[in-house]
Design a protein around this ligand. Structure first.
Ligand SMILES: [Fe+2]
Length: 512
């Protein structure tokens, strides 16, 4: 099954050349239903708030008629939930080049208040979404949630539904929003199946987002709060690094074509600004947001610029468990790329914010661990442990920058973690890593067994799926690890597994 709204450039050119009669019908589609079926089946989303606006997103996928021609989309932003007091509105063209997605950068709004938005096209209206503008003055508090790793096939997105019900100000998607890969039916792991086996090209990646975005829990979360997105590996391919596929022997030029398709589909389905518009295989995702004087948020890209994972494995692959090799600590290797690393260092050094949140994809703390088969001690090289020199430089900079209250948020490892990030014996930052929304956690007993060798790990649990809620004010950050009853149950309940507090001026989390 391919995406019904797949790109069709030659046909689009033909249709746009048809003439003025067609243009008239394109420009006035709002009066009555066009009969093409609900085009807003993927929901709405908002993201990246500024004090005077935010991005609002949707994508047209009419049920009864694949779109090829450009379609006019009207958008409105209101100051009330019933959308009776419209404060901004406009019209944009959705076209096939970006799969009829719409990214409107709304401006001219008041700081630090909620707004509601809606789209109209082809005679239909979208659902109403709620967004929030960032403050300029000191905010009383910032309520956030963060999520990662939602493999469709492993369960339902109840984590998204429960986080939406908390009405957060901001939601961070920290990677593996989709999974490119699928489980075989014979694996016994498929709770609900992907529509296609593996996403490899633009049609394939669009198909994945089209499927995931139809999920009602995901739509509820996007409609409830603006989000800040970054990616990890599965938005392209498991354990890829920059231009290198996970699979040995794949030509980097061929892999970059796949990356370009994956990045384009990511852009098409996320509320990102035009500054993130992809150029071939390149796309800028690292960026900063400010929440007035309370918080500065540094969003990282841990995949696009990295050196290939060190220490080739016996099967020729990069990325996996290794005992040691010289390249592990080679300072010439980079996780973030030199430009992003400098950007992060500058942003920390210049920060005057009360809290410096680094939103990124991976567990940052070092982890001495044992190979599950050989029990040999070593490191997992696809994560920060494969990039020791970058981690050392980043943490040294955190220490020297004077940036107040640095806290790292991460995902990828499908388990809850609280760690002390250290330079030598000194704790310089706090780390919280959230479990997966659905994806399988690592073996609990095996990881529990290595914790005595890792005393900087303050908490670990891999037995639950869920999300993380964070509330921060000038004095403290409170973090709750939220665990689902069972992600295979579409009506799963949630409970708080653990609560931590970080006090202003004191790095390291306390149980609270
Ligand atoms: Fe994942």
């Amino acid at each position: 099954m391919t995406d019904p709204s797949r790109i069709d450039l030659p046909r689009r050119r033909l249709i746009t050349a048809v003439g003025a009669g067609m243009a008239l019908s394109i420009l006035s589609p709002f009066a009555r239903s066009s009969g093409v079926g609900q085009p807003f089946a993927l929901g709405v989303a908002s993201g990246d708030p500024l004090p005077d606006g935010f991005v609002i997103w949707t994508r047209l996928v009419p049920e009864n008629q694949p779109l090829s021609k450009p379609v006019a989309v009207r958008w409105s932003v209101a100051s009330d939930a019933a959308m009776t007091r419209i404060v901004r509105s406009g019209q944009v063209q959705a076209d096939a080049r970006l799969a009829h997605s719409v990214h409107v950068e709304v401006t001219g709004l008041q700081a630090a208040r909620p707004y509601w938005y809606r789209f109209e096209a082809l005679g239909e209206q979208s659902a109403i979404g709620r967004a929030i503008t960032a403050p300029v003055q000191m905010a009383a508090a910032l309520n956030m949630g963060f999520v990662s790793c939602s493999h469709w096939e492993r369960g339902y997105f109840s984590a998204y539904r429960h986080l939406a019900a908390e009405n957060p100000d901001l939601v961070f998607f920290l990677g593996d929003y989709i999974y490119e890969n699928s489980y075989p039916a014979s694996s016994g792991k498929v709770v609900r199946a992907h529509a296609i086996p593996e996403a490899r090209d633009l049609d394939g990646y669009r198909n994945r987002y089209t499927q995931y975005k139809r999920d009602p829990d995901l739509q509820a979360l996007h409609a409830a709060a603006p989000c800040v997105v970054t990616w990890d590996d599965h938005e392209v391919q498991n354990d890829y690094a920059n231009r290198w596929s996970q699979d040995a022997g794949v030509d980097p030029a061929a892999f970059l074509k796949r990356r370009a398709a994956a990045y384009q589909a990511f852009y098409e389905h996320m509320p990102l600004r035009r500054s993130s518009l992809p150029h071939g295989p390149d796309m800028r995702v690292y960026r900063r947001l400010e929440w007035g004087p309370l918080a500065r948020i540094h969003v990282l890209d841990g995949r696009q610029y990295r050196t290939e994972q060190p220490c080739v494995l016996p099967d020729g692959r990069h990325g996996g468990h290794v005992a040691t090799c010289a390249a592990l600590s080679d300072p010439q290797r980079t996780m973030l790329g030199w430009e992003q690393e400098k950007w992060l260092h500058d942003g920390l050094r210049q920060s005057r914010a009360g809290w410096n949140i680094v939103a990124q994809d991976l567990l940052m703390a070092p982890l001495d661990q044992q190979d599950p088969h050989t029990h040999e001690w070593g490191h997992w090289t696809d994560g920060w442990d494969g990039y020791e020199a970058t981690r050392d430089r980043v943490l040294a900079n955190v220490q020297q920058s004077g940036a107040r209250n640095p806290v790292f948020f991460g995902g990828d490892i499908h388990s809850f973690w609280t760690t002390d990030l250290k330079v030598g014996a000194e704790v310089v930052a706090t780390e919280f890593v959230g479990t997966s929304v659905t994806s399988d956690g690592p073996p609990y007993e095996a990881f529990k067994a290595v914790l005595p060798r890792n005393p900087h790990v303050r908490f670990f649990d891999s037995r639950q799926r869920g999300y993380v809620s964070v509330s921060v004010d000038a004095r403290r950050m409170e973090t709750r690890f939220q665990a689902l009853s069972d992600c295979r149950d579409p009506a799963a309940t949630v409970s708080t597994l653990k609560r931590f507090v970080v006090e202003d001026g004191r790095p390291g989390a306390q149980e609270g």
